[in-house]
Design a protein around this ligand. Structure first.
Ligand SMILES: O=C(O)[C@H]1O[C@H](OP(=O)(O)OP(=O)(O)OC[C@H]2O[C@@H](n3ccc(=O)[nH]c3=O)[C@H](O)[C@@H]2O)[C@H](O)[C@@H](O)[C@H]1O
Length: 439
């Protein structure tokens, strides 16, 4: 039981006790009165401060005439000029055209898909964080190419919900083509957190935005052939096991498939996951083997070729970018609508996964031989056993599902595709006098 007030002031006589209590009561009353005035004053101050900051955040975010300053790179998001560029980029120029937000638009696949959509009259807005996983000047060159076709790329991160909210504020996207990711199988051992950051946290931030948007867009996104991991049943079919990833990259893509499933199940988002098989071609990724080998062969540097167990050559189902782009566009066109609104599902929405491969695996040494032919130069080959770094011995896509449902039909064999890549490489990295530029 708590002590009574008198018990707190024990005394030897009742009078003293009463006087002391009386004085004390007076003091307490004055003190209470004083503290309650001070408290009220402080509360009032706090209320004013909160209202002011709420109002400034609101006008910051809502008003087209205010700006979001991106702390990381000092890029300004918002304002009349910015919105005008977004609206112009999102303008649809054909009947029943789509309005597509392309994430990773300054990336390899993203820039190609954005351009293809724009060329057929769809509205396209890009978003990309322009990170330096590989040479950002290549990303800037892709940005310039897209800008010349009136595709605007916002410099922002998919983890930045304010940027996404602002974009959805300005444009009612019908589709999101989600191609932003931390790519690369082996780099996951060097920088594991970047994979969690982009492929898991970034994906969730984007899906949160999509589920709250009204209308909800349909989402098509890039999964990966790497989800088949240690699967050795070939060719790989969508129904095969994907529970044994061999790299963290693969694990984050597999997680993405599970995460998108929950957003489909709970919120009615239309989801299509595309498992890309080692995509290559012009404007490609310099971190990939065909690209870095080209650079090294051209500059007379040795290349390291990994070899599997029992000296078996590694093989990949290399898939040419134009075929991948057709698969992406077909996935957007057939995606079906999301069914939710106000964060609630109204009916079941499509959830689909497709392999986008070439169905013709080629060994890595054969790929190097093709590069030697097109570069007219011998590679200095350094063959080593495959280190335990997340690689798998081979990939091989079964594409019958994509063929049936998307009309997907790869048209470019590796020889033709690498020829086109080398032509582009030389136009981009070699000047008229045969000297290296942009390198
Ligand atoms: O399909 C995918 O989902 C993935 O495809 C791609 O991964 P990979 O198939 O591993 O392509 P890539 O690195 O070009 O190595 C090709 C081959 O060269 C071998 N390789 C590689 C480097 C080297 O120095 N030596 C070598 O032999 C290597 O062992 C391999 O056998 C994307 O990068 C990835 O982001 C993801 O999209």
């Amino acid at each position: 039981m708590p002590p009574l007030e008198e018990d707190l002031f024990p005394s030897i006589t009742g009078k003293i006790k009463i006087e002391r209590n009386h004085n004390h009561t007076m003091n307490r009353a004055i003190h209470r009165c004083f503290t309650s005035t001070t408290t009220m004053f402080l509360w009032a101050l706090l209320l004013i401060a909160l209202t002011a900051s709420y109002m400034s955040i609101q006008s910051f975010v809502d008003s087209g005439t205010r700006y979001l300053h991106h702390p990381r790179d000092h890029v300004i998001i918002g304002g009349p000029h910015w919105e005008k560029q977004i609206r112009s980029s999102a303008q649809i120029h054909r009947s029943h055209g789509l309005s597509v937000l392309v994430t990773g638009a300054a990336g390899f696949v993203g820039s190609h898909v954005a351009l293809a959509l724009k060329k057929r009259g769809d509205g396209v807005v890009g978003v990309d964080n322009f990170n330096d996983y590989y040479d950002p000047s290549l990303k800037n060159a892709r940005r310039a190419l897209l800008a010349s076709h009136n595709v605007f790329i916002v410099q922002g991160d998919i983890n930045d919900e304010r940027v996404l909210a602002k974009l959805f504020d300005v444009v009612a996207f019908t589709h999101v083509m989600h191609l932003a990711a931390q790519a690369g199988v082996r780099y996951a051992m060097e920088n594991p957190h970047s994979y969690v950051d982009s492929n898991i946290a970034g994906l969730v931030t984007l899906l949160e935005q999509c589920k709250s948007a009204d209308p909800q867009p349909a989402v098509v996104w890039a999964s990966s052939s790497s989800v088949y991991g240690l699967n050795d049943k070939a060719p790989f079919s969508e129904s095969d096991r994907t529970d044994r990833p061999a790299s963290l990259y693969a694990a984050t893509k597999k997680a993405g498939e599970a995460i998108t499933h929950t957003y489909n199940h709970i919120y009615g988002l239309s989801i299509t996951g595309l498992r890309f098989f080692t995509v290559y071609g012009p404007w490609g990724r310099p971190d990939m083997a065909y690209f870095s080998f080209t650079q090294d062969i051209r500059h007379g540097k040795p290349i390291t070729i990994f070899r599997g167990k029992n000296r078996v050559d590694l093989a990949r189902d290399f898939t040419y970018i134009d075929d991948i782009v057709k698969g992406c566009v077909a996935a957007l066109d057939t995606s079906g609508k999301s069914t939710g609104s106000g964060g609630k599902k109204r009916a079941a929405a499509p959830y689909r996964i497709y392999n986008l491969g070439n169905t013709a695996p080629v060994t890595v040494p054969t790929m190097v031989g093709l590069l030697e032919r097109y570069l007219n130069k011998k590679a200095k080959r350094h063959v080593v056993s495959m280190p335990g770094n997340g690689d798998v011995p081979f990939t091989h896509a079964n594409i019958s599902l994509a063929q049936r449902e998307l009309g997907y039909k790869p048209m470019t064999d590796l020889s033709t595709g690498l020829r086109k890549f080398v032509d582009w490489y030389e136009s981009y990295y070699v000047d008229d006098h045969g000297k290296s530029v942009n390198y």
